[in-house]
Write a protein that binds this ligand. Structure first.
Ligand code: PSV
Ligand code: MN
Length: 388
């Protein structure tokens, strides 16, 4: 395919994908965290790197922060720094998974002192949001148990509801709470928010500005994620995506790497359900680049989302609906597959050029000299890592 229709072009033009600040720091597995020359030493340098992704793709206008990893003295200054670099500060992620006190829980803890400490952390995150202009507070909880009988799951669920309510009541204006689910890790017997249904039940009890966050790496193998996307859009509760890719566990690899077809199917449901360019549905990445360079890793990620969005937009909806109506199984499936198998890359390259963007953002970044520049300039200090 060599050209995109005006409808497809205008849908793609509005697409924005939020980058995670932590993608620019060092990361790794529990076996080794590998350092990379030029890795940012602080949130200001992370933002500068994120801005490179936007510069070459026009796809990544905002950056999510993780607190306390991105704690700074002056969030107003960080906000201005981001604006000077042509990006905005986005979602604020709370973190209750790296403090000794939270070994047995945070927002679910039966010890009222610890539970209050976790609630207070979220109040502090809301203050950060006030300073950064962020709309969304994203909560992912590393809470649960490892052994049957270890905990009273019901009591924890009740305390979670109460904690979330207190946090929700602290939000103001347009601010929202998004609750992310994950069925395992670091707890392996039960987690307190394991699935979309639990997240939905919790946020539905809070109010309109509480939504579900779907991280594509947080499901059991074989889960039909696009069904969940459909259902949450249908219910008006899909607040955000954390896009990444998994082969085995929560791999946090480049989105679309393991299963481009799954990414396509998810985006088909996004388009079908009115989730594309819908301000209620934030597209974010949640990834770590363990062995590949981080900035090109993020460029590849946003391009993968763009490419599969373009293919999803190619689905001939009228023909599909007609085939479905007449129960023509093979024709319906064929229509979907035709869109999936259409190589949109030449058309996307041409369209980028027509907008003054590089046809090949990966090559343009590599040729820009930025990687060499940061490797030479960022000497000394402590490189940011997952967790700092
Ligand atoms: C948990 O696995 C998670 O997906 C949450 O979004 C965290 O904030 C993030 O990963 C940390 O990398
Ligand atoms: Mn996530």
């Amino acid at each position: 395919m060599s050209t995109l229709s005006p409808d497809v072009r205008s849908a793609l033009e509005s697409q924005g994908i939020e980058l995670p600040s932590w993608a620019f720091g060092n990361s790794g597995t529990r076996f080794r965290v590998f350092a990379t020359a030029g890795t940012p030493r602080d949130p200001f340098e992370k933002i500068a790197d994120a801005a490179q992704v936007h510069r070459h793709t026009a796809l990544a206008p905002s950056v999510a922060l993780h607190i306390p990893w991105d704690q700074v003295d002056d969030f107003g200054a960080l906000r201005r720094h981001a604006e000077d670099h042509g990006v905005a500060l986005g979602t604020i992620n709370s973190n209750t998974f790296q403090d000794e006190d939270y070994k047995f829980g945070a927002l679910t803890h039966h010890d009222e002192r610890i539970r209050q400490k976790a609630i207070d952390h979220h109040y502090a995150c809301i203050e950060v949001m006030d300073a950064t202009g962020s709309r969304d507070l994203k909560i992912w909880l590393a809470e649960g148990s490892n052994y049957p009988g270890q905990n009273d799951m019901r009591g924890r669920q009740d305390r979670l509801q109460d904690s979330l309510q207190q946090i929700y009541d602290r939000l103001s204006g347009e601010q929202r709470l998004v609750l992310e689910y994950k069925f395992f890790e670091p707890a392996f017997y039960h987690t307190d928010v394991p699935d979309w249904g639990t997240s939905y039940a919790q946020v539905a009890a809070l109010g309109d500005r509480a939504m579900v966050c779907l991280d594509t790496g947080h499901h059991a193998p074989g889960t039909n994620i696009e069904f969940i996307v459909m259902q949450l859009l249908r219910l008006g509760k899909l607040g955000s995506f954390d896009f990444n890719s998994r082969f085995y566990a929560d791999d946090d690899l480049i989105v679309g790497a393991a299963d481009p077809f799954q990414l396509f199917r998810i985006l088909v449901e996004v388009v079908r359900g009115g989730g594309l360019n819908n301000p209620d549905v934030a597209f974010m990445l949640d990834q770590c680049h363990n062995i590949e360079d981080k900035i090109p890793g993020q460029i590849r990620s946003v391009l993968n989302v763009q490419e599969m969005t373009a293919r999803a937009l190619l689905v001939d909806r009228d023909a599909l609906a007609a085939a479905q109506q007449r129960n023509d199984v093979l024709a319906a499936n064929g229509i979907l597959m035709d869109a999936f198998y259409t190589d949109v890359r030449p058309a996307l390259a041409q369209w980028r050029e027509s907008r003054g963007l590089p046809a090949d953002p990966m090559a343009a970044y590599l040729a820009s000299g930025y990687q060499e520049q940061i490797a030479g300039a960022r000497v000394g200090g402590t490189q940011a890592g997952w967790g700092a």
